[in-house]
Design a protein around this ligand. Structure first.
Ligand code: FES
Length: 184
């Protein structure tokens, strides 16, 4: 049985015109979309790192005089709790921007303002007028009424705020939290 094969010449590709676009618009669009998204993520990651690196250059810029109450609110010979709003608060800080401190007013009318944080690991200390001592609930740190270290693990006395009286207002230099290297 005879077999008939028909051989055809391969078509001339030049006659078919130009082939499909090697970079279709959709692929190009997705490529640049990916580049843009990576750029956005890169910026979001880099911003806090740059903020941390450059924050130390601000020096004392993170401090601001802040009112903590009328002078008459603090009776002579007593230590009272006061609260100020962190002057560098951000909208999402909420109640954590409210910062407490202890205000001691001496009989001669002068003031000492203590940070509420223990100088050991930062727990809030409490004032006990009966014993005239500040006590820390975390590891038993104790401070005298003038803020000096009395007992327990704290390596130093309570941190003190710089303060001043403007008109009838008592103000403290607030903002930066104290550290062992630098008190407020
Ligand atoms: S944090 Fe106050 S004694 Fe440790």
């Amino acid at each position: 049985m005879a077999e008939n094969f028909e051989y055809k010449e391969a078509p001339d590709l030049a006659m078919l015109g130009e082939g499909p676009d090697p970079e279709p618009p959709r692929r190009t669009f997705l490529f640049w979309l990916g580049v843009a998204m990576n750029a956005v993520v890169g910026v979001l990651i880099a911003l806090p790192i740059l903020g941390y690196l450059f924050s130390s250059w601000k020096g004392t810029g993170w401090q601001k005089w802040t009112a903590i109450g009328e002078v008459d609110k603090f009776p002579k010979g007593q230590t009272r709790l006061a609260t100020y709003v962190n002057p560098f608060r951000t909208p999402w800080d909420g109640y954590t921007a409210d910062t407490p401190c202890w205000v001691r007013r001496m009989d001669d009318g002068s003031f000492t303002v203590f940070a509420i944080n223990c100088a050991h690991l930062g727990c809030p200390v409490r004032w006990f007028p009966e014993s005239q001592l500040f006590m820390c609930p975390c590891h038993g740190g104790v401070y005298y009424a003038d803020g000096t270290h009395a007992a327990g693990p704290p390596p130093r006395g309570l941190y003190k705020y710089e303060h001043r009286i403007v008109g009838s207002q008592l103000e403290v230099k607030a903002g930066r939290l104290p550290t062992l290297q630098q008190s407020v």
